[in-house]
Design a protein around this ligand. Structure first.
Ligand SMILES: Nc1ncnc2c1ncn2[C@@H]1O[C@H](COP(=O)(O)OP(=O)(O)OP(=O)(O)O)[C@@H](O)[C@H]1O
Ligand SMILES: [Mg+2]
Length: 227
């Protein structure tokens, strides 16, 4: 469904990704791990066409992702939850969800409430006054309002307490299993993430150094012990 073929990318002539190839199948839950600066965010940005210095190709459902046309690419069903809590702080939870679904008339705030009851409970609260974990769940709900077939999440558990991380991970499993949405997740929290994905990719200095079953990576601690 999402395929990277010999993708190299960088900024200002400085290479970051080097000949990255992998693909994600429909319905899969895949993790991307790697040290700080390895190129994980750059990989995600390539999937929505947000990196202009790119060679090779990223394709989604058989069609090329066009660099520079982020809006057009995301309209094709790619939901992207960037690093950090991306919510409109002054607006209520309900308003945040409604705005996110503006271009998708068939998406309903009630469906998101059914998936994440905490958002219904906090519906009228200003998003900026939600806890970090609640904001992360709202950001996830906002991405789901765009009716994605694939959801890309960049470090959704950053800064959250372990118990909240479990909530966020459980929500992702729910989205993956109940709605059939494909999930690609960049994370630093490897044990918590390995529990919810079936496959993992490890990036080191812009190259893929592991791509295989999460169970296999669990055994190869030498591959992830260094970050
Ligand atoms: N807009 C940019 N301009 C210049 N360099 C950039 C830009 N964005 C990222 N980089 C550089 O590209 C490299 C990879 O960055 P990227 O954000 O993809 O890493 P990452 O694996 O997501 O790291 P982290 O775990 O810290 O989020 C880093 O060296 C970073 O400084
Ligand atoms: Mg990053």
């Amino acid at each position: 469904m999402l395929t990277y073929a010999n993708v190299s990318a960088g900024y200002g002539g400085v290479p970051v990704l080097k000949d990255v190839s992998f693909s994600v199948a429909e319905g899969e839950a895949v993790a991307i791990f790697g040290h700080n600066g390895a190129g994980k965010t750059t990989m995600m940005r390539c999937a929505v066409g947000d990196v202009s210095e790119m060679t090779g190709a990223v394709s989604y459902r058989g069609e090329a992702i066009v660099p520079g046309a982020v809006f057009r690419n995301t309209r094709r069903g790619i939901g992207f939850v960037p690093q950090g809590h991306n919510v409109f702080r002054e607006l209520s939870v309900r308003q945040n969800l409604t705005i996110s679904g503006l271009h998708h008339p068939d998406s309903k705030v009630e469906d998101i409430y059914a998936l994440f009851p905490i958002l219904l409970e906090r519906g009228n609260q200003a998003a900026g006054s939600l806890s970090g974990g609640q904001q992360q769940i709202l950001a996830l709900g906002m991405a789901l309002m765009t009716k994605p077939s694939i959801l890309l999440l960049d470090e959704p558990s950053t800064g959250l307490a372990p118990i909240i991380v479990r909530d966020v991970m459980a929500s992702l499993t729910k989205v993956n299993k109940e709605t059939g949405t494909t999930v690609v997740i960049v994370e630093q929290n490897i044990p918590a993430t390995l529990a919810i994905v079936n496959r993992a990719i490890v990036v080191k200095a812009g190259r893929v150094v592991f791509d295989g079953a999460s169970k296999e990576l669990e055994r190869k601690e030498d591959l992830w012990g260094w970050f």
